[in-house]
Design a protein around this ligand. Structure first.
Ligand code: ZN
Length: 182
């Protein structure tokens, strides 16, 4: 099968706003996309990536906070507990950091890449990453959590991103400006 070439879509790209479709039949094509996504995530030093970020409107995410790679299909949060707020960045919104309030603990059900049911109990950073990526599947990005003050602070950066979202390369310096890239 032909290699699937993926590239990260930037804020302003309508692909990021589409609701991703659930996958009914998991195929080799999906497994290839998941591998390609993981590769891109590592290449850009990210800790999570969702399929809409590479222009694919299907429910797939990858995540690795340093304790192993997750490749998840049709992931859903089935339980939320507690609160936390971490400064999040996003590979699709380079240069922007936003403190996002999320659940501290989550239970996520999904399929793994072989189609088996998996259930993940996540806490802290991993819980944050999974919620961030599942947001992407709903067409939601960190910018949607911006407070009034955040909006003023990030306006210039977002305007620039919108203008050049078709430009295919991510400037190195900008992708590194926030500690968590998801
Ligand atoms: Zn993101």
């Amino acid at each position: 099968m032909k290699e699937i070439e993926l590239r990260i879509r930037l804020f302003g790209d309508p692909a990021l706003r589409k609701k991703a479709k659930p996958i009914n039949k998991l195929t080799d094509r999906h497994r290839k996309i998941l591998s390609g996504m993981a590769q891109l995530m590592y290449e850009y030093s990210g800790i999570g990536l969702a399929a809409p970020q590479v222009g694919i409107s299907e429910q797939m995410i990858v995540a690795d906070i340093g304790s192993g790679l997750y490749k998840l299909v049709n992931p859903k949060v089935t339980l939320k507990q507690g609160h936390q707020a971490l400064e999040e960045g996003c590979l699709s919104v380079p240069g922007v950091c936003i403190k996002v309030k999320r659940a501290k603990k989550v239970r996520v059900t999904a399929l793994d890449e072989t189609g088996r049911n998996v259930e993940i109990e996540a806490e802290g950073l991993l819980a944050c990453v999974l919620q961030h990526e599942i947001d992407h599947l709903k067409g939601k990005v960190i910018v949607d959590y911006a407070s009034f003050m955040d909006k003023i602070r990030i306006k210039k950066g977002l305007d620039e991103l919108k203008i050049r979202y078709r430009n295919e390369k991510l400037p190195e310096s900008e992708t590194k400006s926030c500690k968590l890239q998801l």
